[in-house]
Design a protein around this ligand. Structure first.
Ligand SMILES: O=c1ccn([C@@H]2O[C@H](COP(=O)(O)O)[C@@H](O)[C@H]2O)c(=O)[nH]1
Length: 308
């Protein structure tokens, strides 16, 4: 899958992943109205609105981008109906040729991690039948429980050619509370990065490992140090756009060949129609066109990453 992700990034000339993180308040009124007319003001109605919203964004952007990153929390807030919308979104994006990065941030004791890995990346056998419960190509993994919480994911990745992005230095303001703590003279995030490089050696694709890392766009200096520690690991970079990261912050995350990182934007793309400068030009009915324009603008902005 890492090979497919790199191929998509090269073909579309876009190291961009669109984050599908829908809150009901982001969905234009006309979609909510139609969904409530069909299903009432119910969890099902809310999830139908969200699904239609996502479908519009995927249809408007799939030719520009290699991947989408649905954030499972946005769907879990609606319970079982939300998870159905999550799966429907993943399956539809996949039918459009997109790589799916499930932002699930899981990680537990070994036996529980194994169940997470099977559910999101693998298959379950029931009697004579084999099912893929969810259909992501990558998932995000929280390494706080250590190697035995991560290794079940790596085993499933080996069996399925899928991959993981492990949280190394997150984009949020308080990420330093634990991640920057000095241990034996280095910050914890560097120790995690060294483990990512080690775990990744065992599951190599053509040029990059199936094991990647999450490093926030909001910490470019740390991005530079981490790029060196993990030269063969793809970096998923959240924090662009709504959290303040811009193209000029991003050069350190990439390798010399212009590869090695993929930048996420969620609210910056999916809520574009509600925000400047797009809200002047696009009405809520044209929300998907606004998202397309926001992806085109992001692509242009990322080019700044390579202007020395
Ligand atoms: O360090 C991290 C890890 C994950 N995220 C997730 O990425 C998106 C960001 O959304 P924006 O709207 O583009 O800010 C969201 O799903 C986060 O949970 C992150 O932001 N930082």
């Amino acid at each position: 899958m890492i090979n497919q992700l790199v191929k998509g990034i090269k073909e579309k000339d876009a190291p961009i992943v669109v984050g599908l993180d829908p809150m009901l308040s982001y969905v234009p009124k006309h979609l909510v109205k139609d969904a409530f007319a069909a299903y009432g003001e119910t969890l099902e109605g809310a999830c139908e609105a969200i699904w239609q919203f996502n479908k519009g964004i995927i249809d408007a952007t799939y030719d520009l981008i290699p991947a989408v990153k649905p954030q499972v929390a946005m769907y879990e807030q609606f319970g079982v109906e939300g998870l159905k919308a999550f799966k429907k979104t993943c399956d539809y994006a996949k039918s459009k040729g997109l790589v799916i990065i499930g932002d699930i941030k899981r990680g537990d004791i070994g036996s529980t991690s194994e169940a997470y890995a099977i559910g999101h990346l693998g298959t379950v056998k029931i009697g004579e039948h084999v099912y893929s419960p969810f259909t992501e190509d990558f998932v995000t993994v929280n390494p706080y429980l250590g190697s035995d919480g991560v290794k079940p994911f790596l085993k499933v990745c080996k069996d399925t050619d899928k991959g993981v992005f492990i949280l190394v230095k997150t984009s949020n303001p308080s990420s330093g509370e634990f991640q920057d703590r000095q241990i034996d003279g280095k910050p914890l995030y560097e120790i995690v990065a060294e483990k990512v490089a080690e775990w990744g050696e065992d599951v190599m694709g053509e040029d990059y490992s199936y094991v990647g890392a999450v490093v926030g766009a909001t910490y470019p200096e740390m991005g530079a140090a981490l790029r060196k520690i993990m030269p063969k690991n793809y970096i998923l970079v959240p924090g662009y756009g709504a959290q303040g990261g811009t193209g000029k912050d991003l050069a350190p995350f990439f390798n010399e060949d212009g590869l090695g990182a993929i930048v996420n934007s969620s609210r910056g793309i999916i809520c574009a129609y509600q925000k400047d400068p797009y809200k002047e030009k696009f009405s809520s009915v044209d929300y998907a066109d606004a998202s397309r324009q926001a992806v085109l603008d992001m692509k242009e902005d990322l080019k700044n990453a390579f202007v020395k």
